[in-house]
Design a protein around this ligand. Structure first.
Ligand code: ATP
Ligand code: MG
Ligand code: MG
Length: 580
């Protein structure tokens, strides 16, 4: 396969491999604190990356970018990518999310090395190491227990222009901090009364280096460690340690964490100097997160959409979650293609939603079976075609893949056509059916429109036409008559009934959460329309089946609701971008 386009991360990795920075296989295979058992098992890995979700929600298209990047680099460089649950926040995390995240990453097509029963890594497995390291930091004078409350700490932390103020507890003896940390661990102090802080520099221009909190007290039950702990590590403290314990070489995160990098390096170097971690240490690199037009990915706002019933759940086909995209008809290949096309950069931008849709079309076009569906049906009656006659018509299953063969369906006197394919008073350049005009019924005969029948409200209920007998597609001389329009149809007596859910963008505004406007006002009132459609006979809507409905777009039989007896079909994407 062609090698993927280079980017700044690949350049860094190429350089690290060339310089032999991670050549020590003993290190690569046996990461972890000095003298402590290895966490990684993949001895031959040349690099190690990780995808570290917090199990507190569903993954979305933004996470997919990070997954494709981290798993993709590991794959391309003969490395390993760890799926690690960053579960250091007991209140918000649940096993249920662990399961759905594992499903989503597997569905995207990535695998990871075996690690324990669950096949993945958990930050909570390192609580004991973190605690051991915290005591070492106290003993070396690099951490202290502070008795200020959160509000006092905030007030003394300073600002961008103003230095912070040292805590009165900053210079207390190490022995005192050690006793207090042990009491914190043993549950002797209430939430928020004490905290362990790194002792760095309250005057640092980087606020993250102004004695950041390492541990806080939370008397809360954890989804995996239960009530074993009542102190929990802060993200900035836990994350570098998790990386080092697993022997991560390249810790790739989004740009917001750039300011955290000095602390990341500070803490790991301290612990290495103290003999607690081995070198070489992991390094953090930042890339621009994915922002898409017409899409929000804020967990809080997505939750609000679900709770208030603006969508029908986390897997609603309009949601940007991976479960939602999957139900909508997105394939893992399309999402990976989209992420490849995005590349990685170091500057934030907003990507047009149409790129995601185009990736889906590009993935499905070469492989999806074609079929005809009539979404807004009106009868077309061929008055000169015998009442009881039917005859077979043929069409390619996929014009790009002649080897897939042909599909066969019947022509008969009464057909369903799209209501929009007939006009009593056609506008200019309208080449479809209107009285006196001649069109081709795709894969069938050429017909001449003779008129229509309307109900009392003036609505067209029947269109009438006559066919030209020697014009059937695929028969000699069938193209002797020239027409400007071709329309799709299905035979009324043979067609398969289906519920079709016409999904569109959830938001009508390209920047639904820009500024301080209420993102709900940006909802697209037309994002879901349900119609009763007629499908080409032979269309079998087993859950997950995908087609190109000719002229209309790509459609998928709903994974949850569809059955062969009662087809329920989602529009994944229209054939052309109607928002351009
Ligand atoms: P929150 O921190 O609000 O819970 P989150 O989106 O950061 O939400 P995490 O579970 O921490 O959720 O994300 C896991 C990984 O996915 C992180 O490494 C993060 O950088 C990455 N990620 C999240 N959103 C995006 C995005 N829009 N683009 C690229 N990467 C993302
Ligand atoms: Mg999170
Ligand atoms: Mg996060």
């Amino acid at each position: 396969p062609a090698s993927p386009p280079s980017n700044f991360l690949r350049s860094i990795i190429d350089h690290d491999l060339a310089s032999g920075r991670y050549a020590d296989k003993r290190w690569a295979g046996k990461p972890g604190p000095a003298g402590v058992q290895a966490q990684g098992s993949h001895d031959s890995a040349r690099i190690r990356t990780r995808f570290p979700p917090e199990p507190n929600g569903y993954l979305h298209i933004g996470h997919a970018k990070s997954i494709c990047l981290n798993f993709g680099l590991a794959r391309d460089y003969g490395g390993a990518c760890h799926l690690r649950f960053d579960d250091t926040n007991p209140e918000k995390e649940e096993d249920e999310y662990v399961r759905t995240i594992i499903d989503a990453v597997s569905w995207l097509g990535f695998t990871w090395e075996h690690q324990g029963e669950s096949n993945c890594y958990f930050a909570s497995d390192y609580f004991a190491y973190l605690y051991q390291f915290a005591e070492a930091l106290i003993e070396s004078g690099d951490a202290y227990v502070d008795e200020q409350n959160a509000e006092q700490m905030r007030a003394t932390r300073g600002t961008l222009t103003e230095k912070g103020v040292n805590s009165p507890w900053r210079d207390r003896p190490a022995a005192e901090s050690l006793t207090l940390l042990r009491e914190m661990r043993d549950g002797k102090h209430p939430d928020g009364s004490l905290a362990l802080r790194a002792r760095i520099d309250m005057g640092s221009p980087n606020i993250n280096l102004r004695d950041p909190v390492l541990y806080r007290i939370r008397h809360a039950s954890h989804h995996r460690t239960g009530n074993d702990w009542c102190i929990y590590p802060m993200y900035a403290w836990a994350h570098p340690v998790e990386d080092a314990l697993e022997g991560i070489t390249h810790s790739i995160c989004t740009l917001e964490f750039e300011d955290q990098r000095p602390f990341y390096d500070w803490i790991l170097n301290k612990l290495a100097d103290l003999g607690q971690l081995r070198r070489p240490l992991p390094r953090q690199y930042e890339f621009a997160r994915l922002n898409l037009t017409y899409v929000i990915t804020s967990k809080r706002k997505l939750l609000q959409l679900v709770r208030e019933g603006h969508v029908q759940g986390w897997d609603d086909p309009r949601m940007p979650t991976l479960v939602g995209l999957r139900r909508r008809g997105f394939t893992p290949q399309a999402i990976r293609l989209f992420c490849e096309r995005l590349g990685v950069s170091k500057s934030d931008s907003r990507i047009d939603y149409s790129l995601l849709e185009q990736a889906l079309r590009d993935d499905l076009d070469p492989q999806a079976a074609r079929t005809v569906a009539i979404l807004d049906p009106v009868k077309l009656i061929i008055d000169n075609y015998p009442q009881d006659q039917t005859e077979p018509c043929h069409a390619p299953i996929n014009p790009h893949r002649p080897e897939d063969g042909q599909r066969e369906f019947s022509f008969s006197r009464e057909l369903w056509i799209e209501r929009d394919d007939f006009r009593e008073d056609p506008p200019k350049k309208y080449f479809r059916l209107f009285p006196g005009n001649t069109v081709r019924l795709k894969y069938g005969y050429i017909v001449t429109c003779t008129g229509c029948v309307k109900d009392e409200q003036g609505r067209v209920v029947e269109v009438h036409a006559e066919y030209l007998p020697d014009t059937k597609s695929g028969t000699p001389g069938s193209d002797a008559v020239k027409v400007k329009g071709t329309i799709t149809w299905v035979s009324a007596q043979h067609a398969v009934a289906a519920e079709v859910r016409l999904y569109d963008r959830l938001f009508a505004d390209p920047h639904p959460d820009a500024g301080d406007k209420d993102f709900l006002t940006a909802l697209n009132p037309d994002s879901r329309r349900v119609v009763n459609a007629w499908l080409e006979p032979g269309t079998r809507a087993h859950p997950g089946a995908v087609w190109q409905f000719e002229r209309l777009g790509y459609f998928v039989a709903d994974r949850i609701d569809s059955s062969l007896e009662r087809p329920i079909i989602n529009r994944a994407v229209t054939l052309r971008d109607s928002w351009a």
